[in-house]
Ligand binder design. Structure first.
Ligand SMILES: NC(=O)c1ccc[n+]([C@@H]2O[C@H](COP(=O)([O-])OP(=O)(O)OC[C@H]3O[C@@H](n4cnc5c(N)ncnc54)[C@H](OP(=O)(O)O)[C@@H]3O)[C@@H](O)[C@H]2O)c1
Length: 298
């Protein structure tokens, strides 16, 4: 199956920094990893203000500051709006979302400062809030775009209906919806999320494409079924890396899914890039889908 979706997202894969505080990298090691990720063909680096208790962006920024010229080779994504108690922002006393104009602008400016990147290529509203006013989001996006601080805008964890509603209030086009998609979270294939983006010719970003690592846990019955189906497909191509086969399955969907690789280990990032060489026919793709669903096709 071939992807028909277009959009501004660069390449087929992204590298995510949610778990970066677990990687234990020095600034130099982080810079080396950025170079190695680029060498695999990945240009898109996914961040959020809140990752690592609001500290991961600063770690990446310190690495980037060692080689500022690298900035122009990176497509930097960040997200805003999720707040919870943390040491960096001691005035935050509870867990809530803030999608007000003032907070979006403050958060984007803070991300740019922490990442030491001058501007963001893409800013996402991290989660929809049932009481966010779309006029506030529209005003924040216009302000950030006018000042050259953010090039593109999108959302994360939005339903198709919420995406469409928000877009109707904005002058800036939303370019993606970053949602959870994996063989352990196959709902977007059927709940309208991917159909809506396909209709709009926009590509989704997929978070936790390996189920946050749960796909490697044999005690999970669905993981075992999915692994069997993927290994059966892999035999045709001499491929037995489970992560490579999962990425290949996601990449083969016509929505042009951009999986976000969550590991800091180079070998596992390379396993993701290897997935670009493994095609799926519709029949082969559906064999994994039915394993994920746990029931045969109607
Ligand atoms: N928008 C949102 O709401 C949202 C939410 C969550 C995440 N995200 C984004 O999505 C990115 C990816 O999410 P994720 O980290 O959950 O992705 P993931 O790839 O589904 O899970 C990563 C986990 O799987 C493990 N893993 C990877 N390959 C493995 C292998 N071959 N064998 C065993 N374990 C393996 C990793 O361990 P190692 O680290 O040891 O390799 C890591 O613990 C995040 O970094 C973030 O940028 C966005």
């Amino acid at each position: 199956m071939a992807s028909s979706a277009e959009g501004v997202l660069p390449g087929r894969l992204a590298h995510g920094y949610w778990r970066a505080h677990e990687w234990g990298l020095s600034d130099n090691a982080c810079l080396k990893l950025i170079h190695q990720v680029l060498e695999t063909g990945i240009q898109c680096f996914d961040h959020a203000a809140c990752y690592g208790d609001f500290r991961n962006e600063a770690e990446f920024g310190r690495a980037l500051a060692l080689e500022p010229a690298l900035r122009e080779r990176l497509y930097l994504v960040s997200k805003c709006g999720i707040l919870f108690p943390n040491d960096e922002l001691p005035h935050i006393q509870s867990h809530y979302y803030d999608n007000s104009r003032a907070h979006i602008i403050w958060s984007a400016e803070r991300s740019i400062e922490k990442l030491q990147c001058g501007y963001l290529d893409l800013l996402l509203i991290h989660r929809p809030s049932p009481c966010a006013h779309p006029e506030e989001i529209a005003a924040a996006f216009d302000d950030l775009h006018c000042r050259g601080l953010v090039r593109h805008f999108g959302v994360s964890n939005y339903s198709a209906q919420k995406f469409s509603m928000l877009q109707s209030w904005l002058d800036q086009p939303l370019v993606t919806n970053q949602i959870e998609i994996s063989p352990l979270q196959p709902a977007p294939f059927d709940d309208g999320s991917l159909d809506y983006l396909l209709e709009k010719r926009l590509r989704p970003m997929a978070w936790s494409p390996l189920g946050g690592g749960a796909l490697f846990k044999p005690q999970n019955e669905r993981s075992t079924r999915v692994a069997q189906a993927l290994f059966a497909h892999g035999e045709t191509y001499g491929e037995n890396r489970l992560d490579t086969l999962v990425y290949a399955w996601l990449l083969a969907h016509p929505a042009g899914i951009m999986p976000i690789v969550g590991s800091g280990r180079l070998e596992r990032i390379e396993n993701a890039s290897a997935a670009l060489n493994i095609p799926f026919s519709e029949q082969e793709w559906l064999s994994v889908y039915t394993a994920a669903q746990g029931k045969p096709l109607p």
